[in-house]
Design a protein around this ligand. Sequence first.
Ligand code: ZN
Length: 624
Amino acid sequence: MAAHGRRAPAAGRSLQAALMTESFGIHYRITPVDPNGHLFGVQLRIHGPAPEGQVISMPAWIPGSYMIRDFARNVGRLTAESVGRPVAVTKLDKQTWRCAPCEGMLLVRFQVYAWDLSVRAAHLDRGHGYFNPTSVFPRVHGRDQEPVRVDINPPPDQERMRWRVATSLPLLDAAEWGFGSYQAASYNDLIDHPVEMADWQMASFEACGVPHHVVLSGRHRADLSRLCNDLQRVCEYQIKLFGEPAPMQRYLFLNMVTGDGYGGLEHKASCSLICARGDLPVAAEQPVAAGYRNYLGLCSHEYFHSWNVKRITPAAFTPYRLEAEVHTRLLWAFEGITSYYDDLCLLRCGLIGTESYLELLGQMVTRVWRGSGRLQQTVAESSFDAWTKFYKQDENAPNSIVSYYAKGALVALALDLTLRLATGGQRSLDDVMRLLWRRYGMTGLGVPERGVERAAEEVAGTSLQGFFDLALDTTDDLPLPGLLAEFGVEFQLRAAEGQDDKGGKAATVAAPQPRAVLGVRSQAEEGGEKLTLVHAGSAAHAAGLSAGDLVVAVDGLRVTGGALEKCIGTYPVGSQVRVHAFRRDELMEFLVSLQAGPADTCVLSLSAHCEPDIRLRREAWLRP
Ligand code: ZN
């Protein structure tokens, strides 16, 4: 292809392809015009623009990530023309433009600044180009249901860069994995297909007859055949859980490999992942290491979303309205149930053992139990206010909010165990998911706000009102110790051994003495230790210490960064210590009465002795 990536002329293609490609009323074209300046060039051709003036707008958010991101902020100067003459453009609000009425085709041009290395936006440099269509392609108002054509052009230096294109967009007139024309059934369909262009690596496998591809951009030494074998087990397990055939015709795991990244975003036929190089498996590695377990959990999570949220979708998102916040109380079900199943699937398909699974579950309990925010916000409120609270966390978040991911996963666990007990082991959350799939996923109907509760009650054959009232609409702790005991799993809480203790494992000392703590999280900083969180009700809170304070001395002796926790731990519980800290540039003194660390760290273990019926129940829960 030529340097600026114009496609082969129409004469070189078949007549049928030419007819197909010319028949689209909406036609986007994107080119990585300036990788050094991180600029994509975008053209939008609209055949038959609205006679009163065509309105176009950029989305304010991307499905799956519930925060206003205002993608229009990265759109440069936008111009329009028709039959060679300029068309006036008026900005209507932060993200909407009106092009003046014109005869003939309307051509809109602009550039997008792409320098956000996340799965939610767009990123371009000499190493790769990545974009979500929500970051680069405006919506053509009044034409949402029309099929669209998308030309993806190569970078100026393609001869040297040798980039290929990875996307789940259906091909229109391009070689597989090549630059050229792609298509989407509508604007909402278009924005569900991220695109990665790079000199990437790929490995493939089939799951239940469906081709799956793993694409990796960035430097790595991963053992791709191991990765494919493991992912195949996860995918096949999930397809069979919901029932064959799989809902997608092919699937892409798009990976951006970095030093320490972590994140994912779900789509119907792909997911975008950012992962840490060190989490990927290398050839010699046999058991699933902790980092690789996290990575597989992330893949499992995003893949489960192919059903739960991408096809079984809240009515509030049917269709997605991307110009402003859309509220639903249901994120606990879409993120929480998915977070429950992500690791459970690794166990059920044999990639990790029971001990490893209980460790992960114990960590999930710890995440919820460690924040007093769980006593301030219900999980339904957390879902509803995701936009302004969960996605905009500050230093006080653990004291004021609960995560609909973590608590939602525990609600899912409690619901699963409750259903199994209520039906004598005949039914489980798996049946609820299959019912939701049949009722909403396969029909395209949106899930009403109480739809998950109703489906669970149908599966249970009895009212679960008491359960859901407590779990969703109160801040009371879930009755997990009793429920887990019915399945031969002991629930214990102990004090944390330090701020790096994530829970899930027994204490390293058999009968530890109570350890004095301030009740803070902190990080080493030049000249002392910076408090990043002061737990509500802690010794530090009572003494007046605050997040942001730089602790420099305890009892008149300097504290070097990283030594605060250990220093405090040498005092008996109940001691009074003088803490010196800088708040802004002012030195302050605080008198702190040290407390024992609270029992907020969960350990789950198999009960040593349990009745045969309890053992059977446990096996039915933890095995497929
Ligand atoms: Zn998720």
